[in-house]
Design a protein around this ligand. Structure first.
Ligand code: SAH
Length: 355
């Protein structure tokens, strides 16, 4: 019986394809089989990344959002969410301490906040690149025009994270209000790629109404997009959203999906996310042991951390950047991996790595 499962894992890796049936078989495997899956995923990750883990300093610079996604704690309709914006100076000071802590990538993430017009974003990005020429800037600020994305790229941003959330039209409709569209989100991802960004898509595992078929559609979409990064984490309910009493996504399923993604996309940058660490105290370690190779510790100033709450129970809201960084470094060492001191570009974008 194990042989059959081993063949399936090998076949996914060899063919860079998984059928709907195959995916179900893997996501519903036994605990013993899971070890075969995870070991294969670790071996593939090691082929390209050895045992190096890339750190990204996450700066959550605005909790204002014009969108009303049903799952998200900072959605416009949540009147209880505390709103804040960091100034350019505050963002730069996060980067300052971040570089001193050894980070070589800064991820600027926020709600879709109209205050941060293109000019403001460009000014922030170019100031960071000027002061930290050996560091990469990743943006994660939602849907904008192709022209805006081009300007961000020219200002020095080289990576962009925009989870597609679900590749199924009907499922997308059940997670978002009518004014948002999957078509535009996918278009943004293709625009970003065409401009030359290292692009990240991704989903939450276990969002309401999600089926195995949806996850399979997500994989089909990812195989077509060929992203450089894939962000996945379990859905975690936020009490002040329409999905406040929905069950959380499964950690087990998230880990197994991480492993499948590693087999399908050997070189992809694959984070063990904060949501995974929130759903399980050892979630991020388990993610690495299932094939992930990126961690994104929080670099936001401590006084705003408790306000960027996409979901309930978020970890690391009471700590400072230095604690988060040293805690994660220890966690990585404890499972036999170590933190890289490079920018951690995608292997196909090695032009400026090693700095
Ligand atoms: N405004 C940006 C950043 C969104 S926050 C954008 O649109 O891309 C980053 C990610 O957090 C989202 O893409 C979503 O997948 C995830 N997220 C939001 N609410 C969540 C929840 N309740 N549980 C788990 N993850 C969530």
């Amino acid at each position: 019986m194990d042989k059959e499962f081993e063949f399936l894992v090998e076949e996914i890796l060899r063919a860079k394809h998984v059928s709907g049936e195959g995916l179900r078989r893997v996501l519903e495997c036994s605990d013993g089989e899971e070890e075969i899956l995870f070991a294969a995923a670790r071996e593939v990750a090691e082929r390209y990344f050895s045992k190096e883990i890339y750190l990204r300093g996450l700066i959550e610079f605005t909790s204002y959002c014009k969108n009303d996604c049903f799952y998200c704690g900072i959605r416009r309709g949540n009147g209880k969410a505390e709103r804040y914006r960091l100034t350019e100076e505050e963002i730069l000071s996060c980067c300052e301490s971040g570089e001193a802590l050894g980070f070589r990538t800064f991820v600027l993430q926020g709600g879709e906040d109209p205050y941060f017009k293109d000019d403001r974003i460009c000014s922030i990005v170019s100031a960071i690149r000027e002061r930290h020429p050996h560091c990469a800037v990743t943006l994660s600020i939602g849907e904008r025009s192709c022209e805006s994305y081009r300007r961000f790229f020219e200002a020095g941003a080289e990576r962009y994270l925009l989870r597609h959330e679900t590749a199924d039209e009907a499922h997308y409709r059940r997670l978002h209000p009518a004014e948002m569209s999957l078509e535009n989100r996918k278009k943004c991802l293709y625009d970003l790629k065409a401009i030359g960004f290292q692009v990240g898509c991704g989903i939450m595992v276990g969002t309401p109404y999600q089926t195995m078929e949806h996850i399979h559609e997500d994989i089909v979409f990812m195989l077509e997009l060929e992203p450089h990064m894939i962000g996945i984490g379990p859905f975690i309910a936020h009490k002040d959203t329409p999905f406040g009493s929905e069950p959380d996504g499964s950690v087990k399923r998230t880990l197994r999906l991480l492993a499948v993604l590693r087999l399908l996309f050997p070189k992809v940058l694959l984070p063990a996310t904060t949501a995974l660490g929130t759903a399980d105290p050892m979630g991020r370690e388990k993610g690495i042991l299932a094939g992930a190779n990126v961690l994104m510790p929080n670099l936001s100033p401590p006084d705003v951390r408790g306000k960027y709450l996409l979901y309930d129970g978020k970890i690391c809201t009471g700590e400072g950047a230095a604690e988060c960084s040293s805690c994660l470094r220890q966690r990585v060492e404890r499972i036999g991996y170590h933190v890289s001191d490079t920018r951690g570009d995608h292997p196909d974008f090695m032009k400026s790595s090693g700095e």
